[in-house]
Design a protein around this ligand. Structure first.
Ligand SMILES: NC(=O)c1ccc[n+]([C@@H]2O[C@H](COP(=O)([O-])OP(=O)(O)OC[C@H]3O[C@@H](n4cnc5c(N)ncnc54)[C@H](O)[C@@H]3O)[C@@H](O)[C@H]2O)c1
Length: 275
């Protein structure tokens, strides 16, 4: 029960496929208490779909303490969330930032044709959000606590198709390192988990289908990773077991990032060409 007595905030659950939910489940199953946020629904949306999808997951769970609407691009929402968090939990030990957004039109364009407004929106939602949330969390984080964000290899190298989100992830990785420095002075760690492709809403928008096929053939493990694997490593980075780790990008991608050639995929291409 690694998280017994620990409390924290999980930002980024949209449904049961969300990476944030995979991580939260591990934490709650190990005794951690979690508060959750969801993307606000439009007031005129009678079905309140965003809230409903998340509350279906959190309501039955004893260790899910609250669920609040929060748009990470809205300062009032962030303030309200952390005021509520302080009221319920006092201080917190862990914080998960698992959000990214870019307009579909911009994601589908060559990077050089990203629109100005789309670039600003993507960077604000996917990068500045981590900075704003870390600042808001600072007064309520216990010393020894940990913050985790979710990144992707497309920020380190060019992954065609990932486009503007690759630029965002590069900025997110840099922001994570600077925040690790800032928060290190408060004895709080900040890290990033770089996941291989997994089927989620955001993953689908970023072209995960083709990536899954490629990882299966190119990664050293010769397979894709599972939600549970990301969940367990995410929980590890938010737990005391990783106490000496900060400013790190930990890849959970079957080793794909370590490859400098297509590896076994090359054999298959040659085989296909011959036969
Ligand atoms: N799925 C993958 O293959 C993959 C791989 C590597 C990294 N990631 C990263 O993991 C993170 C989580 O994505 P996911 O794959 O679980 O998909 P997801 O769609 O389940 O989660 C994305 C979340 O971002 C939230 N969000 C977007 N804009 C927001 C805003 N303005 N305010 C508050 N919340 C907002 C959405 O509501 C959603 O909960 C993202 O940063 C994504 O880039 C995903």
């Amino acid at each position: 029960m690694q998280f017994e007595g620990k409390k924290g905030l999980i930002i980024g659950v949209a449904n049961d496929r969300s990476i944030a939910w995979a991580i939260a489940q591990q934490i709650m199953n190990q005794g951690g208490k979690c508060g959750f946020t969801h993307l606000p629904d439009r007031p005129d949306d009678e079905k309140q779909k965003n809230r409903r999808r998340v509350s279906k997951l959190t309501d039955p769970h004893d260790n899910a303490e609250f669920l609040l609407p929060m748009d990470a691009n809205n300062d009032d929402d962030i303030r309200t969330t952390f005021e509520h968090t302080a009221k319920v939990f006092g201080k917190i030990d862990f914080l998960l930032h698992s959000i990214a957004f870019a307009d579909r039109d911009d994601l589908g364009r060559e990077t050089m044709h990203t629109s100005r407004s789309g670039f600003k929106l993507a960077m604000e939602s996917s990068v500045f959000s981590l900075m704003a949330i870390t600042a808001a969390a600072e007064p309520v984080m216990n010393p020894g606590g940990a913050i985790l964000t979710m990144t992707y290899y497309g920020g380190e190298k060019c992954v065609p198709g990932y486009n503007v989100m690759g630029v965002c992830k590069a900025a997110l990785d840099a922001a994570m390192r600077y925040l690790a420095f800032d928060m290190g002075a408060r004895n709080v760690r900040v890290n990033a988990l770089s996941a291989g492709p997994v089927q989620t809403l955001a993953g689908r928008a970023a072209g995960v289908e083709r990536m899954l096929k490629m990882y299966e053939h190119m990664s050293p493990l010769g397979r894709n990773i599972t939600h549970e694997e990301v969940g367990r490593t995410g929980a590890f980075l938010l737990s005391d077991d990783s106490n000496g780790v900060s400013g790190e990008i930990l890849h959970v991608d079957g080793g794909y990032h370590a490859m400098g050639s297509p590896g076994r995929l090359l054999d298959e291409i040659e085989k296909a060409q011959k036969g």
